[in-house]
Design a binder for this molecule. Sequence first.
Ligand code: NAD
Length: 469
Amino acid sequence: MPTSELAPLAGRRASRLPVVDPATGEVFDDAPQLEPDALDAVVDRSRRAWHGWRSDPAARTTALRAAADAVEAAGDSLARLLTREQGKPLAESHAEVARTAARLRWFAELAPRTRRITDGRPVHSEIRWRSLGPVAAIVPWNFPLQLAAAKFAPALAAGNTVVLKPSPYTPLATGLLGSVLSTVLPEDVLTVVTGREPLGARLASHPGIRHVTFTGSVPTGRAVAGAATASLARVTLELGGNDAAVLLEDADVGRIADRLFWAAFRNCGQVCMAVKRVYAPARLHAQVVEALAERARTVAVGPGLDPDTRIGPVNNAAQLARVEQITRRALADGARAAAGGHRPDGPGYFFAPTVLTDVPPDSPVVTEEQFGPVLPVLPYRTLDEAVDAANGTGFGLGGSVWGTDLDRAEAVADRLECGTAWINHHAELSLAQPFAGVKDSGVGVAGGPWGLYGNLRPFVVHRPREERG
Ligand code: NAD
């Protein structure tokens, strides 16, 4: 199977990149390992392809619509490969493929608006929009296809070309996606490059790249921002989160428990906008812990290809070690596992879905991003205390408030310092909304029309209404 357009080039140059199935812990395939020196040729080809791609908006719309169709047509192969290398249940992989196609279709119809400036001067002034050039898209392993599309769909719709680098943990489905899209997009408009570091660092600092759009962890985001200073490329960073869910006194625990559980444990908790901390009024705390723990104890955990599985393995050994270590530390700090708290016996990178209670508020499982199937539930006495705690980390991606009185819940949501807040839900996004974390959770705005303009530069023309002698 061709993994990417660059397979022959990469194969000639170096070793391959082994890919592990997290359900078994065994290598099951490999991907091209592109050596960083080969990026010069890749970016050069991307720049040359840009000249044709940027000049024909109607052809772009047609091509992006065809791209969405092609992704859907390849849905089964993409979903199976995604589950194999990422670990998520097959149904979730199918949903991710559908969201990938949806992003292409949505941005295919979006075009920037030329605007006239009317300020009383005898001049026609017009704001037009120009594409930037080759864009580097660097993405993590938790939603490899969907997050890639969230970057390349607006970048391509704006008239740029894209060099896409997936995580070395999940290069295969993205490579297949690149092959599928190469059947409908002009050559070199979208290029997938796979390999270990320093491939990403070199891409982020490449002088031919005009926009680096990155999704990943806060430390890597800082490194990417630093690397891009060399070329002064535009930088968009979508980084980690530590979203809090604040339950109010009138929350109906029985009614919300399922939604709250899945907001924390979907994709094995490996979601930037997962609920990563729950704050419950002291009166409801024990009931909330038990409702979540009961679900954690009984949910079907297993390989993603097993049709009964609802939660798969953690994606990789390093992340599993992190989840294990942060949980052990919480238990050593005095926390108690109401469910889980350990790795089950057997192969693969599994971790039992874990609900923690009696967690000290300064334990790293509360203050840092666990990014795995572990959820601390903390009691609070006053609402101010809960809001302060929710806002009390360096992150600011999302947050939610859960209660029966929606006006009251919305007033509390308004106090959250984050980019998106939900009431009685979490992490449901609209394609039309801006997506922007605050504090350490991000720089720049993605999503909706803002995502398109984030890939364009304004170009202003002033022309006199008439020529005077
Ligand atoms: P990561 O930061 O380790 O890696 C992200 C990508 O950067 C990968 O492709 C990686 O190979 C590449 N990379 C690594 N070092 C690099 C360097 N020096 N220069 C350039 N690129 C480099 O993140 P991860 O572990 O793959 O993903 C998990 C993180 O991503 C979590 O923090 C999660 O919250 C975050 N995330 C954020 C969002 C969002 O939209 N805000 C979405 C999904 C995940």
